[in-house]
Design a protein around this ligand. Structure first.
Ligand code: NDP
Length: 249
């Protein structure tokens, strides 16, 4: 049976852990060839490489800090050299911090804006020559951007801006047949939950059991599924959308 992303060439930023890793593995499982990047070496990277080898296909896992313009530009060169074209780009890499607004330094503001927003601008711009009709860009936003979150003004500002970037590019690139959408996660349980004290993890689970219609947190697979849908040809007439994947928060 034909797989949903068979033969497609996909770039996913920040694929070593969390949601990005889930998207990378799901895309590879759906028949895509995947290029992904990370910042820090370690077991997460090594195990991803091992898992991708098992899934078959032409996959590449490279170090590139998307918060640095020169490294984004090199990533686009790598995509061209390895794949020659791209059918999908997922801007997933993101960082967050919790800081009272009065104490938010220029350095912290810039790091969060650079990684969550400026990286998406530069990744899309530099990979544009590789994308043709039928290509799909998915920007990972955040459900919290529309609601606002105390102590995360810098993060929500970046994620809200992602929607404006997406809307404008959907219109600008639409005539070329390139679609651009946002997937806005609610709270997704990644391996970061395993690293936090059990009490805090349970507290978060209980809070979101009350706050969501589905009475639970989301899984990485439940976030990867909608991303794969938007990357695929089945979503061929969807562009400029923000798809909330939040369990009905
Ligand atoms: P994680 O922190 O679990 O994973 C982030 C991944 O991105 C890691 O692989 C990390 O690699 C990589 N990364 C981070 N910064 C950079 C960078 N500058 N250059 C290259 N790679 C980078 O994040 P999540 O999986 O939780 O989040 C993924 C996306 O989803 C983010 O955009 C986030 O804002 C968004 N999101 C997540 C939610 C959630 O509940 N998890 C909710 C709403 C939105 P390394 O370890 O090497 O830095």
């Amino acid at each position: 049976m034909q797989k949903s992303l068979q033969g497609k060439k996909i770039l996913v930023t920040g694929g070593s852990r969390g949601i990005g890793r889930g998207i990378v593995l799901a895309a590879a499982g759906a028949g895509a060839d995947v290029l992904t990047c990370y910042r820090h070496e370690g077991e997460a990277v090594d195990s991803l490489v091992r898992e991708l080898k098992k899934s078959g296909g032409d996959h590449h896992v490279v170090r590139a800090d998307v918060g640095r313009i020169s490294e984004v530009d090199q990533l686009a060169v790598t995509a061209r050299e390895r794949f020659g074209r791209l059918d999908g780009v997922v801007n997933n890499a993101g960082v967050i911090s919790h800081i009272p607004f009065g104490e938010l330094t220029v350095q912290e503001w810039s790091e969060v804006i650079d990684t969550n927003l400026t990286a998406a601008y530069r990744v899309i711009q530099q990979t544009l020559p590789l994308m043709g009709a039928g290509a799909s860009v998915v920007n990972i936003g955040s459900r919290g951007a529309a609601a606002g979150i105390p102590l995360r003004a810098h993060y929500t500002a970046a994620k809200a801006a992602m929607i404006g970037l997406t809307r404008s590019l959907a219109r600008e690139l639409g005539p070329k047949g390139i679609r651009v959408n946002v997937v806005a996660p609610g709270v997704i349980e990644t391996e970061a939950f395993d690293a936090m004290p059990a009490e805090r993890a349970e507290g978060l689970r209980a809070t979101y059991a009350r706050k969501t219609a589905l009475a639970r947190l989301g899984t990485v697979a439940e976030l990867a599924g909608p991303v794969l849908f938007l990357l695929g040809d089945g979503a061929g007439y969807i562009t400029g959308e923000t798809l909330n994947v939040d369990g009905g928060i």
